[in-house]
Write a protein that binds this ligand. Structure first.
Ligand SMILES: Nc1ncnc2c1ncn2[C@@H]1O[C@H](COP(=O)(O)OP(=O)(O)O)[C@@H](O)[C@H]1O
Ligand SMILES: [Mg+2]
Length: 368
């Protein structure tokens, strides 16, 4: 959304999915002749195509947003058309937030009805709050009520999003139970309620690693269909994800395109995967894993950072020295233990690998 009175439309640092991919969504809407659930902008088929990519009959190319098993996307989209909410679960950096945003954009044309879950998320963020100036001036009434994003989604029949659900305190989480089971949000202060209209549903994301922080109550869990987002299955898939996303990010940062960077991307992905999995790609050498997650998302940041270095201080070609510092920063989170793990990996694996001499030298230089 652009604030009224500003003339910077289209200048948003990070446009919402529905704006960034407006042309794809429009083309899909035009091509889509399948039945749509109430208030959906697209049919489930077209939503899945938006996420997974494809070419439409009119020649429009829909870029893949999510790279992974087709079935995962199909189950996620289908869930949204049922009376159960969708819980996207996975380790950090598996595109939970990303998929949630694109699903909301494709289904409802609006990805902004968002509650960010933290340990301090209050009940008002999930239900409603009050505008105290109005409350004092006019007494309790609907005009004084400040609806939460969830309440707005219920009233409009659109998709609400809750990020990091398991970080929210248990009692606040539980205010979702009535919303998801009865599809209503009582306002006892006014003797009223807001009933969800058709088209309302909710997408929550939760981090695997947070398990036990604020475990979902079983009553709440039952309202959700859980879809687990896996790490990319192969190195090729992960390289593809990183390359695509870096290309998009680079364009939004006005960095020159760097197609020659693929070799470096492959290297970053290889290092991350080997350290994550505790074994080299050929299965021959065991390596220790550092404490960080080394997710795809972090690989994307390392490469984007490297590309910016290459553009501003190099000749625009992504080289080992541009990614080495970024890799070190991602791997060494705990200065003592992780540094040892990294040194060992460097000497035992990187040094011995054919064609990795420059990379080894660059890493040695920043690790010293
Ligand atoms: N399988 C995937 N397909 C497409 N993009 C991915 C995939 N895995 C990770 N990403 C990228 O990783 C980035 C971070 O993902 P994010 O949604 O923030 O992770 P999470 O919320 O799971 O921690 C996104 O920019 C996304 O493009
Ligand atoms: Mg997230």
């Amino acid at each position: 959304m652009t604030m009224p009175g500003t003339d910077t439309a289209g200048e948003a640092l990070r446009p919402h999915a529905e704006d960034a991919f407006a042309h794809e969504l429009k083309a899909l809407e035009a091509a889509d002749d399948r039945p749509r659930p109430a208030r959906w902008k697209l049919s489930p088929w077209a939503v899945a195509t938006y996420l997974l990519g494809g070419t439409l009959a009119d020649g429009t190319v829909v870029t893949p947003k999510y790279v992974g098993p087709r079935r995962i996307v199909e189950v996620a989209v289908t869930t949204l058309a049922t009376d159960r909410a969708l819980l996207l679960l996975g380790v950090p950096g598996t595109a939970k937030t990303w998929v949630s945003e694109h699903l909301a954009a494709a289904v409802s044309g609006d990805s902004t009805l968002l509650v960010q879950g933290t340990a301090g998320t209050p009940e008002e963020a999930v239900r409603y709050g009050w505008n105290y100036a109005r409350l004092l001036a006019h007494g309790p009434g609907r005009e004084a009520l400040v609806p939460s994003p969830v309440m707005r989604a219920m009233a409009e029949g659109s998709t609400a999003r809750v990020e990091e659900l398991t970080r929210i305190p248990a009692d606040v989480q539980d205010s979702l139970i009535t919303i998801l089971s009865e599809k209503t949000l009582p306002i006892p202060e006014l003797g009223q309620e807001v009933q969800a209209v058709r088209g309302f549903n909710l997408i929550a994301t939760a981090n695997d690693r947070d398990r036990g922080v604020n475990e979902l109550s079983s009553a709440l869990r039952r309202r959700f269909n859980t879809v687990v987002l896996p790490l990319p299955a192969t190195a090729d898939a992960e390289v593809d994800i990183v390359a695509r996303r870096v290309d998009q990010l680079g364009r939004s940062l006005d960095l020159p395109p760097a197609p020659e960077g693929l070799e470096e991307i492959r290297r970053v992905v290889t290092v991350f995967r080997e350290l994550r999995e505790g074994v080299t790609g050929d299965g021959r050498t065991k390596v220790k894993s550092p404490s960080g997650t080394l997710s795809t998302a972090e690989a994307i940041s390392v490469v984007t950072g490297g590309l910016a270095l290459a553009a501003h201080f190099g000749d625009g070609v992504l080289r080992p020295c541009d990614v080495a510092a970024g890799i070190l920063g991602a791997v060494v989170r705990d200065p003592a233990a992780d540094r040892l793990v990294w040194q060992e990996y460097l000497e035992a694996v990187v040094r011995e690998r054919d064609g990795w001499k420059d990379f080894y030298r660059a890493c040695r230089e920043v690790s010293a």
